[in-house]
Ligand binder design. Sequence first.
Ligand SMILES: C/C(=C\Cc1cc(O)c2ccccc2c1O)CCC[C@H](C)CCC[C@H](C)CCCC(C)C
Ligand SMILES: C[S@@+](CC[C@H](N)C(=O)[O-])C[C@H]1O[C@@H](n2cnc3c(N)ncnc32)[C@H](O)[C@@H]1O
Length: 268
Amino acid sequence: MIAASAHLGLQRPPNHHRSIFQPRRRPVRCGAERQALFSRIAPVYDSLNDVLSLGQHRIWKRMAVSWSGARDGNNVLDLCCGSGDLAFLLSEKVGPNGKVIGLDFSKEQLSVASSRQHSRSKACYNNIEWVEGNALELPFSDCYFDAITMGYGLRNVINFHKAMEEMYRVLKPSSKVSILDFNKSTDTFSASIQEWMIDNVVVPVANGYGLAEEYKYLKSSIQDFLTGSFFSLTNWMELEELALEVGFANSKHFEIGGGLMGNLVATR
Ligand SMILES: C/C(=C\Cc1cc(O)c2ccccc2c1O)CCC[C@H](C)CCC[C@H](C)CCCC(C)C
Ligand SMILES: C[S@@+](CC[C@H](N)C(=O)[O-])C[C@H]1O[C@@H](n2cnc3c(N)ncnc32)[C@H](O)[C@@H]1O
């Protein structure tokens, strides 16, 4: 593991930057608190994802990797890699002639990723390198990667705009970023199903591991996130628009998993 010290023509109110990029309806955990949260859940994170999603998260992650356009021999980045699910899928896509970097700011998550890498026998996994670093200050030069994935990461960073800018900076022209996350639905029915699941399934299950507070954070983080593409009065900047704002040539948000999840694909 390597440690890194590392326009749209829409009318907006004058102070739009604060309200758009990080709505502040409730106290938001700072970066260090989030880092500690992800380190606490690291030992059970993978098993809980399998149980809570009934294995569906594996399908969503495959879709995200496929949308990234990563190909044989590519040099790719998995941001907020956690225990490495997307990095392992990317590794198979780019093969032994390619290179995968998995970056995360939680040592504990990276340590799970690294032990999973060593316990798997596939030779292609030798092409993965784990980097401890901050998604808001990437330790890579401009135009370095052929593709970027980010699974359940963007919603958890403290500055969505800065994270998108960094992804844009390190991507090569014509390359893609694929960002999988919970879908913040504009449909009140879908949003209430999602909230019901978190309150009545996710949190009670996590409570069995002493992690209720950590998983309650899911609900507030989705409320503070951006919708996919629908423009509403409460969210001036949505995901598709955010990507265009930082310079991506095009962006498209797809709802998946019955609308519970979303995937933003943006091309530089
Ligand atoms: C993939 C899942 C969770 C990832 C995850 C992301 C975060 O940001 C966290 C932050 C803090 C703590 C934990 C996490 C975290 O685990 C699991 C998602 C489970 C869904 C909430 C429930 C899915 C229910 C259904 C069984 C899926 C059915 C799909 C069907 C196609 C409609
Ligand atoms: C919900 S997990 C997702 C892990 C993995 N990508 C997956 O799909 O299973 C979110 C991850 O983002 C990482 N993270 C959050 N903010 C970060 C930041 N600013 N820089 C680097 N990693 C960050 C956390 O440490 C955590 O491992």
